[in-house]
Design a protein around this ligand. Structure first.
Ligand code: ZN
Length: 495
């Protein structure tokens, strides 16, 4: 019994050992079995263009010798519409183990932006400043419109000789980078050359007439170029005012690019036309005397008129403002063929020369008054002190320069004198002194404008007249009243 019992105890031990052995073997077998494996097809790091179609090359899964790819799962997040780095994951689970593998896929913008020129590839202008750049349009396949990020630069090459002399060539480069750093550019050629000559503009008229013997004043011309701006004008061709004929004065200008232009002015020098004044024909080169009396009318004026009437000589009276009692003497002047002319409203330099306007106001006041009193409208003038006076500088610098121009522009004619009788050298000069001054002053071949005065104190002036008249007549002079037909006798202006 005991023996039997010990026998069955031995069996139990064997079974337990065997079971343990089997268990150990199973564990050992399990531990020895390898994990499944995944092999990625193709490159495990792939780069794809944005917007391209991406087809994943896939992977294969094995377990020992068995292909278990059909059990493999793939996570493919690749979106080719967006640049970036994506990871494709392959995963498989088999029995008690699993495996995974990865592929890196980079979606990249590798395409250069496209820069398209607006306008022409080659442009010709007269100057770069005239080039109105139409620019470019820049578009990137991924970033879209990049026009606002285009950088424009240019090179410059100037040609100073050869066929292209005067040209400057500018190469414009328009370049842009996209966000991925791909660059694009376009090029334009701009050729600048000034081909337009300057425009010359004459100062004054194109056709000018000068009376023989009178001075020709060159008024010049100005020139403006589209590129160079104001350019100098060269003048060629002289005018000989002593010889009648048509003279062509040439005006030439050249711009910085060497474009030249030229215009001309025709100056005709012609013989003076005989003029009529107070019934006297004034022949050029003839000998005339125009007696002029300033500062009247006065009590003395009648004495002057009487002598003139006696010798049938017509003269000119430059009058100041007058009282009503003098209206008859003014009418007499006109009736007897003298020229009634305006001196000024007063002889007060400090009043009349404060401005050109002040003087002119006095002139118009006088003109109006004389017209009302006599029906005659005077247009002949003499400035108190003459146009050469300097006293007016004390009251208005430049006033005589302004007045000389203005009176003529407003239809008046002014006269100075070229013979001074000297009757105003003192309050009342001797008769012989006056006669002698006039005799000495008269010259043949011109109009002698004699300065005399018929103001109150100048009583010797009418006394000197008979001798002056008879002497001049004996010497062949003709007496003439002044009018706008008489050649002007003007002093040089000093203010
Ligand atoms: Zn005077």
């Amino acid at each position: 019994m005991e023996k039997k019992a010990s026998g069955s105890k031995k069996h139990i031990v064997e079974i337990v050992v065997l079971a343990l052995a089997v268990l150990l073997a199973a564990v050992a077998l399990l531990l020895a079995v390898p994990d499944p494996a995944i092999v990625v097809n193709g490159q495990d790091d792939v780069e794809v263009d944005v917007f391209a179609t991406y087809t994943d090359a896939g992977a294969r899964a094995r377990f020992l010798l068995f292909d278990i790819s059909d059990r493999m799962e793939t996570e493919n997040p690749v979106n080719t519409a967006r640049t970036g780095r994506y990871t494709v994951r392959y995963f498989v689970k088999f029995l008690f183990s699993s495996a995974e593998a990865f592929r890196s896929v980079t979606v990249a913008d590798r395409v250069n932006p496209v820069v398209t020129l607006q306008g022409d590839e080659e442009v010709r202008v007269e100057d770069l400043s005239f080039f109105n750049d139409p620019g470019v349009i820049a578009v990137d396949n991924y970033d879209g419109d990049l026009t606002g990020r285009v950088i424009t630069s240019h090179t410059e090459t100037a040609f100073t000789e050869g066929e292209r002399k005067g040209e400057t060539e500018y190469i414009f480069t328009y370049s842009v980078l996209d966000a991925a750093g791909n660059g694009g550019f376009a090029i334009r050629k701009v050729i600048a050359k000034d081909v337009t000559p300057p425009v010359i503009t004459l100062v004054g008229e194109q056709n000018v007439t000068v009376i023989r013997g009178q001075p020709y004043t060159e008024q010049g011309a100005t020139a403006k170029d589209n590129v160079s701006g104001a350019v100098a004008v060269a003048i060629a061709g002289g005018v000989d005012t002593a010889a009648e004929g048509v003279y062509v004065v040439r005006y030439m200008a050249e711009d910085a690019a060497g474009n030249r232009s030229e215009i001309t002015r025709n100056v005709t020098v012609r013989a003076p036309m005989p003029a009529q004044s107070g019934g006297v024909t004034i022949v050029p080169g003839g000998s005339y005397v125009a007696l002029t009396f300033d500062d009247g009318p006065s009590s003395n004026t009648t004495a002057v008129l009487d002598v003139l009437a006696q010798y049938n000589v017509k003269a000119t009276f430059f009058i100041l403002n007058y009282s009503e009692s003098h209206i008859p003497v003014l009418r007499r002047m006109l009736n007897e063929g003298h020229t009634l002319a305006i001196h000024s409203y007063s002889h007060d330099y400090s009043a009349i020369y404060t401005s050109a306007e002040a003087y002119m106001q006095g002139v118009y006041k006088m003109q109006e008054k004389i017209r009302n009193d006599t029906g005659f409208t005077p247009t002949i003038l003499r400035f108190p002190g003459g146009s050469s006076n300097t006293v007016s500088k004390n009251y208005c610098p430049g006033v005589m320069t302004q007045l000389a121009r203005r009176v003529e522009a407003e239809g008046f004619t002014y006269f100075d004198w070229n013979v001074d009788s000297g009757d105003a050298d003192g309050n009342c000069m001797g008769k012989d002194y006056i006669v002698s001054n006039v005799k000495k002053g008269l010259r043949s071949g011109r109009v002698n404008v004699v300065l005399m005065h018929d103001s109150g104190p100048k009583t010797t002036t009418p006394q000197a007249l008979p001798e002056i008249i008879t002497d001049a007549q004996a010497r062949g002079f003709t007496f003439v009243p002044l009018s706008s037909s008489v050649p002007a006798v003007h002093h040089g202006i000093n203010n």
